[in-house]
Every structure is written in C-alpha cells, then in structure tokens.
Design a protein around this ligand. Structure first.
Ligand code: M1P
Length: 250
C-alpha cells in the first residue's frame, strides 16, 4: 500500500458515519481517529453546514482532528477547526433568482398536507439552500414520521420534479441529501467540488464512502467521479466493516 500521506479516505456523514442527524458513536469515532487515521488521511464531506457536522462528530474539537472537513459539499472548507474558504450562493445566483426559488418552494409547500408541519422550511446557508417540507425544527419523532410518509407518498421526489420543471434552465441542482429535505445549489457545487481543494496534494488514491449514491442522491456525483474510488455503504456499522477489510484492520 502507498504511504499514509498519499491516500485520502473521504466520508459522507449522515447514514455513513452516523445515523441521520445523530452523533457518531464513541466506538466509530475512536476507530476512525486512532486506527484509520494512522493509515490514511481522513476527511468529511457533507451537505450539512459546519455547526451540524461538528455537533454530529461530538464537538468541534473532534471535527478538527479530521484532516479535512468539507461542509456544504466542500464549497465551505474547514481545516484544523478554521474556515479556509467558502462561496456565496447569493452572489452566484443573485437576489432575483434566489427569491424566485424560495417563493416557488414556499408556494409549493403551502399546498401539501403532511402528518406534521413545524418551522424553518427554508434554511439559508453560505452555498446552498435547504428546503424542508416538514420544517427543520421538527422533533425526532416528527422527522421519523415524515420519513415513513415520504417513503409512501414520494413528497420530496415530487417536489424535486416540480422544482426541476420550474427552473429547467437556471443551472441549479436539486438533491435529496438527507431524510427530510432537498438541497438546492448551483450545478457543479455537488460533493465533487471538494476534490478541487485536495488536487494539489497529489493523493495517489482518494476513496469515498457514502450511502446516497443513487441518481438524485447527494453522494452520486462524487461516488461516480473518475478521481475517486467509491464505496457504497448501508449504515455506520457497514462503513466500519468495509474499512476493516480495505485497511486490513483486525
Ligand atoms: O446528509 C446530509 C444532509 O443532512 C441534512 O438532511 P436531512 O435533515 O434532510 O436529513 C441536511 O443538512 C442536508 O442539507 C444534508 O445534505
């Protein structure tokens, strides 16, 4: 195997290192930072913002131990706990288009009935907007209820289809990132964006581990990118098992 410095292992967070929006287990955290990091460089790449990623890694101190933390698909980049670079969706799209998207989304969501609706339907981040029919301030029980409802009624997929139809030529991507929401960002600002930040490191291999690797999922592009070796996982336990095999960890 090539030396530690020349191999990078990149991990999606929700569904790959943690249960959706939950904190990483102590066991997996130790395994990654002791065993995996002693063999390869390690990085996180998530659709979520830094606050959520740090929370799910059990605190900013732990997140800072990863060699790279790529938030919002890598359009926002942290190293050693410090913000290194970011882009603004507002500057990129302009107020007019941004408002058209937000107004359309709010109008669409006002016409659907769900088991529950709470608050924070549009979360404005540096480089993406996250649109959530149930509302991001829902409880865990309400989140679980939406997930079941969505599996039967395809609420988010229909929403994505409507957004794609309305904004066909706007250069926007609508991705099913997690369980309850849709990520909206300029086309190209998907997870492959983070690979630009490591290009100068000349890694011999870049491995990516993620669960949403199907078309429309937010791991699809990076999983299929020619610069990465993609590993599809089904849960944090599966990620650990695959890592044990790939890196011959007993
Ligand atoms: O897995 C990454 C996703 O995590 C959250 O998704 P949800 O709340 O829908 O489960 C969001 O932060 C989303 O932006 C992100 O892609």
């Amino acid at each position: 195997m090539a030396s530690k410095k020349s191999i990078l292992y990149l991990f999606d967070v929700d569904g790959t290192l943690t249960k959706p929006r939950q904190v990483i287990t102590e066991e997996l955290k130790q395994f990654l930072l002791d065993k995996v990091k002693s063999k390869v460089a390690v990085g996180l790449v998530s659709g979520s913002d830094y606050v959520k990623i740090a929370e799910q890694m059990d605190g900013a101190e732990v997140a800072a131990k990863f060699d790279y933390v790529f938030c919002e698909n890598g359009v926002v980049q942290y190293r050693g706990g410090k913000l290194v670079s970011s882009e603004s969706i507002l500057s990129h799209l302009g107020e007019k288009l941004l408002q058209r998207v937000i107004n359309f989304a709010l109008g669409y969501m006002s016409n659907i009935e769900l088991p529950a609706k709470r608050g924070n339907f549009v979360e404005f981040r540096s480089s993406m907007i996250n649109i959530c029919p149930v509302g991001r301030s829902c409880s865990q029980a309400e989140r679980d209820e939406f997930v079941k409802f969505d599996a039967v009624h395809s609420i988010r997929q229909k929403f994505v289809d409507a957004l794609k139809g309305e904004f066909a030529d706007a250069g926007l991507t609508f991705a099913l990132g997690g369980q309850i929401s849709v990520d909206v960002f300029p086309t190209g600002w998907d997870k492959t964006y983070c690979l630009n930040h490591v290009a100068d490191q000349k890694f011999e291999e870049i491995h990516f581990f993620g669960d949403k690797t199907m078309p429309g999922g937010n791991d699809y592009e990076i999983y299929n990118d020619s610069r990465t070796i993609g590993h599809k996982v089904t849960s944090p336990d599966d990620t650990k098992e695959q890592l044990e095999k790939c890196l011959s960890i007993e």
